[in-house]
Design a protein around this ligand. Structure first.
Ligand code: HEC
Ligand code: HEC
Ligand code: HEC
Ligand code: HEC
Ligand code: HEC
Length: 433
């Protein structure tokens, strides 16, 4: 079990039993729970719904008030990195653009990753425009305090959806656009932390100090954001990401294969411009690989799909076997709205016949206050599931298709997401009958 450390809440209505995190906005994920609030641009012009904005008292006073408030909150409700307001000693700016000068390949991979789009993500933008709980979301999606347009300094009547906010005098909107930027993972106490490259005499010296940090080889860094669970009494939203627990319950932890092993595959190249060739790691973090935008997506070779799919004829049935062969956690993991679906269609010649068959693997939630998980049939790591599908008379072939989905058409329409990519096809099998 991994838990993000928490300090007890002093002035909140959150019950003591609350573990971690907040999140994913699914109050809106239910047909029926949908309200007609439009997804307005999340710019600081207007106060978020329910929030009270108080005048700034100057950077130091605002920072002190914010830090005093954040100290009363659980870990997952705080920016995951300290402000780093003064930049990176030896480099200057906090931006990925500053790192790019020497770490260009890493920059190019990060730039197409989902992490670099954690703020720009159209779905995220639509969701955070709709609730006063926006201040919670910023902590993982834009983890530096300097990336936040407003800082929280209290809650009205302890209500997480009615924060007291103040404009952040040091706010950097360009850095906010970078979402989970390099320094979100690599900067700690003003120093660059990394895996600890084995340095030899003559290797070019970094302009910045470096601390070798064991968290970069294991799951702990990742699980600051990918393992979290919070239920807010009286609220229709929760935060639930169980990837760490799912990984620990499966075989990969014992085999020494962590998040980094699969999601940051190794490559031989210099870690920095002019440096020696080393075994270093890709910065793609491809998951299901459903793109967030057309011009930024990770290549398929970054990561195989989690699913292995076979279909064979057995008597009068098509036997479909679905195995979570490659994902180190449940398939799918992460956002509870995700699912993986397998569809079978039979044909007689060129004509579709019979009733299409489909199997959905995912979670089912009821978005009441508080939300309740009703069902969960996701595949555990290496679990196989066999389903038999009756072959209709006259069928000459079957087409079996699998796809990973992140959001349903209904919810995407509700958020006015237009042509936002909702799924990706991972397998297509043709079976002669
Ligand atoms: C504890 C950290 C954390 C907090 C706080 C958090 N998120 Fe996330 N969010 C994540 C992680 C990790 C993922 C990736 C999981 C995935 O994509 O399945 C994610 C993914 C998302 C996605 C993309 C889902 C997809 O399928 O592509 C949206 C949209 C989102 N979050 C919205 C929100 C909103 C709105 C809030 C505030 C209510 C919020 N998040 C708060 C960690 C967090
Ligand atoms: C989500 C967290 C995260 C982000 C964001 C991130 N890194 Fe990393 N980085 C890591 C981890 C984890 C490792 C260690 C991998 C290993 O075990 O070798 C690493 C390794 C490195 C290394 C050592 C060489 C290598 O490739 O293994 C450099 C240099 C580096 N990162 C620079 C950057 C730069 C520059 C950016 C932004 C363009 C960036 N990182 C963004 C997590 C991150
Ligand atoms: C002027 C060039 C330069 C700039 C700018 C630069 N770095 Fe580096 N960095 C280096 C060099 C050189 C190394 C050592 C590479 C080696 O030994 O192979 C290094 C090493 C690293 C490492 C690996 C540390 C370890 O041993 O684990 C990380 C992580 C890192 N840099 C992150 C960053 C980040 C984040 C930024 C932007 C804020 C940045 N660097 C900006 C040149 C630079
Ligand atoms: C600061 C918080 C944070 C940290 C640290 C972090 N992540 Fe994430 N990660 C996120 C968020 C937020 C998203 C989803 C962004 C969105 O969809 O808007 C995400 C998305 C992902 C995805 C899904 C990509 C896809 O295809 O949708 C993978 C895989 C992933 N992260 C792996 C990792 C790994 C491995 C590490 C550790 C090296 C890590 N993350 C560290 C917050 C974090
Ligand atoms: C054995 C390899 C492996 C390990 C270990 C692993 N993953 Fe994954 N992960 C995958 C694969 C493969 C997928 C693609 C699943 C799919 O096809 O949808 C994936 C998908 C994801 C996603 C996107 C959601 C989804 O289901 O598509 C997130 C987020 C993620 N992984 C985070 C993590 C984190 C955090 C860890 C460490 C606790 C981790 N992974 C460990 C292989 C792995």
């Amino acid at each position: 079990m991994s838990r993000v450390a928490r300090t007890p809440a002093r002035s909140s209505t959150i019950p003591k039993s609350v573990r971690c995190l907040t999140a994913a906005l699914l109050a809106w994920g239910l047909p029926g729970a949908c309200k007609a609030t439009p997804p307005e641009a999340a710019e600081p012009a207007a106060a978020p719904l329910g929030a009270l904005v108080v005048p700034s008292e100057g950077l130091q006073a605002d920072l002190a008030a914010t830090e005093a408030f954040l100290d009363t909150r659980p870990r997952y409700e705080r920016p995951l990195r300290e402000s780093g307001l003064s930049g990176v000693p030896g480099v200057g700016a906090l931006s990925a653009e500053a790192c790019r000068a020497c770490h260009a390949e890493i920059y190019d991979e990060w730039r197409v990753s989902v992490h670099s789009q954690a703020w720009l993500d159209p779905q995220y933008q639509a969701e955070i425009a709709k609730s006063g709980n926006r201040w919670l979301c910023l902590n993982c999606h834009t983890p530096l305090l300097i990336q936040h347009d407003r800082w929280p300094r209290g809650l009205l009547e302890g209500d997480v959806e009615r924060p007291v906010l103040t404009d952040n005098p040091s706010f950097d909107p360009r850095l906010r656009d970078e979402g989970i930027t390099c320094t979100a993972c690599h900067l700690q106490d003003g120093v660059i932390h990394g895996p600890g490259l084995p340095r030899a005499e003559g290797d070019p010296a970094p302009p910045h100090a470096v601390v070798a940090d064991p968290r970069f080889q294991g799951p702990d860094l990742c699980l600051e954001c990918h393992q979290a669970e919070a239920i807010y009494e009286g609220k229709t939203f929760i935060c639930t990401f169980q990837t760490g627990d799912e990984w620990r319950a499966g075989p990969y932890d014992d085999e020494g294969r962590t998040c980094v092993t699969c999601h940051m595959p190794p490559i031989e190249r210099p870690a920095a411009r002019g440096g020696p060739v080393r075994t270093v790691r890709r910065h793609w973090w491809r998951g299901a690989g459903i793109p967030k935008s057309v011009d930024r997506s990770t290549p398929p070779e970054a990561n195989p799909p989690g699913l292995d799919l076979t279909a064979v004829v057995d008597d009068a049935a098509l036997q479909v076997t679905m195995t979570n062969a490659n994902a180190g956690h449940r398939l799918p993991t992460g956002d509870p709205e995700r699912w993986v679906q397998v569809d079978v269609q039979f044909f007689a010649g060129g004509t579709a016949i019979g009733t299409p068959w489909s199997h959905r693997m995912g979670q089912t939630w009821e978005w009441t206050a508080p939300p309740r998980k009703l069902a969960d049939n996701r595949l555990a790591p290496r679990e196989s599931r066999v389903q038999r599908v009756a072959i209709p008379p006259g069928a000459t072939r079957a087409v079996v298709v699998a796809a990973s989905h992140r959001i349903s058409a209904e919810v995407a329409t509700h958020h006015r997401l237009g042509d936002y990519p909702r799924s990706i096809e991972t397998h297509r099998l043709e079976v002669g009958l």
